[in-house]
Design a protein around this ligand. Structure first.
Ligand code: NAP
Ligand code: ZN
Length: 350
């Protein structure tokens, strides 16, 4: 077994403390990754606090982290995709059945037997709990690890493994590109990646934000327009004008005003996961042939495609680096929408 040092919460809302555990030995198809950087996704916070108790209850101790970049330090005998010294990434899941219709299509996140999530999951042996990237290493089957090209800013690559793919996948599916108007609701970790990726795809991008103070950042990120949503009057002139609206908001809010901004045939894609359900009147969708959709991360092939797209377009996340002792501060500031725009933990000396 491989000794691992991680950082865990032991009950909802508790602080992080050092937590030592073991990962499996490196099997024939496995690689061992020394973790360099781990991003902090709002899903980590939801689960650390057990806010998704009814659908995805948290089992403690919880070591979060599913935006992982590291270096391969050991490979199993049958590994072909990675060599010792390569960079590798790990996203939100680390295994799946490989045989169901969804796995066969490369949509492993929708595995009929449920994908093995990177943390707060159970391995396919049915007993071994998974612990995430707030730790110094990970053992993963090579087929579920991603190739990462050497980049100047690997710290900004880590968040692509969740925030990047979660925004890339629906933007591509709903046709973001030249001549298309894309709205991004919420300028946080996902939102800022959505802006960068939609711009790189060629779309005209508007940010909808509750935070007036992010206007200058929005421009620097490449957004064409910035709309403060606290005053509903700001939305009125935009009614019926958007092709795609991507809602990344983590907290309870009304999505109906945004449906009104879609043009005929427009699509609103929800990726944020607030605690409470939303209510939508059928007529809000019927008038204008509108689509209300959801999107969950992406499968392995599309995640690799996204990493390559971002490398080709020089896209990385804007990050604030912390060491594990600052996890409580990072969680508090993220909940207050005060992250610019992803906290990333430096795991090298942790
Ligand atoms: P984040 O960095 O905290 O960003 C969320 C943003 O939402 C904030 O920066 C803020 O932007 C806005 N916001 C916060 N509170 C709000 C409120 N009360 N009303 C309106 N807007 C508010 O979070 P994240 O890491 O980007 O994650 C966003 C959500 O996506 C989370 O719920 C997460 O669990 C979920 N998620 C889903 C997937 C998926 O596959 N579908 C993957 C990853 C994460 P402004 O300051 O601009 O208003
Ligand atoms: Zn995430």
């Amino acid at each position: 077994m491989i000794e691992t040092k991680g950082y865990a919460v032991h009950e909802p809302g508790s602080d992080f403390s050092e937590f030592n555990f073991e990962r499996r030995d490196v099997g024939p198809n496995d690689i061992l990754i020394d973790i360099l950087y781990a991003g902090i996704c709002h899903s980590d916070i939801h689960q650390a606090k057990d806010e998704w108790h009814d659908s995805m209850p948290t089992t403690y101790p919880l070591v979060p982290g599913h935006e992982i970049v590291g270096r391969v330090v050991r490979v199993g005998d049958d590994v072909t995709k990675f060599a010792v010294g390569d960079l590798a990434g790990i996203g939100c899941f680390v295994d799946s059945c490989r045989e169901c219709v969804n796995c066969k299509q490369g949509l492993q996140q929708f595995c009929f037997q449920r994908a093995v999530f990177t943390y707060n999951g159970v391995e396919r042996d049915g007993v071994t709990r998974t612990y995430g990237g707030y730790s110094n290493n990970y053992v993963i089957d090579e087929n579920y690890a991603l190739k990462v090209r050497p980049a100047d800013d690997l710290r900004g690559v880590a968040p692509l493994l969740c925030a990047g793919i979660t925004t890339y996948s629906p933007l591509k599916r709903f046709g973001a590109g030249p001549g298309k108007k894309v709205g991004v609701v919420g300028l946080g970790g996902l939102g800022h990646m959505g802006v960068k990726i939609a711009k790189a795809m060629g779309a005209e991008v508007t940010i909808f934000s509750t935070s007036e103070g992010k206007a200058a950042d929005a421009k620097a990120l490449g957004a064409d327009h910035f709309v403060v949503t606290k005053d509903p009057a700001n939305l009125e002139p935009l009614a019926g004008t958007f092709n795609i609206i991507l809602d990344t908001v983590s907290a309870d809010h009304d999505i109906n005003p945004y449906l009104g901004l879609l043009g005929v045939g427009g699509s609103m894609v929800v990726v944020g996961v607030p605690e409470k359900p939303n209510t939508v009147h059928s007529l809000s969708l019927i008038f204008g042939n509108k689509t209300l959709a959801g999107s969950l991360i992406g499968g392995i092939p599309e995640t690799q495609e996204m990493l390559d797209f971002c490398a080709d377009h020089n896209i990385t996340a804007d990050v604030e680096m912390i060491d594990p002792s600052r996890l409580p501060e990072a969680y508090d500031r993220t909940v207050k929408a005060d992250v610019r725009y992803r906290f990333v933990i430096d795991m090298q000396n942790a």
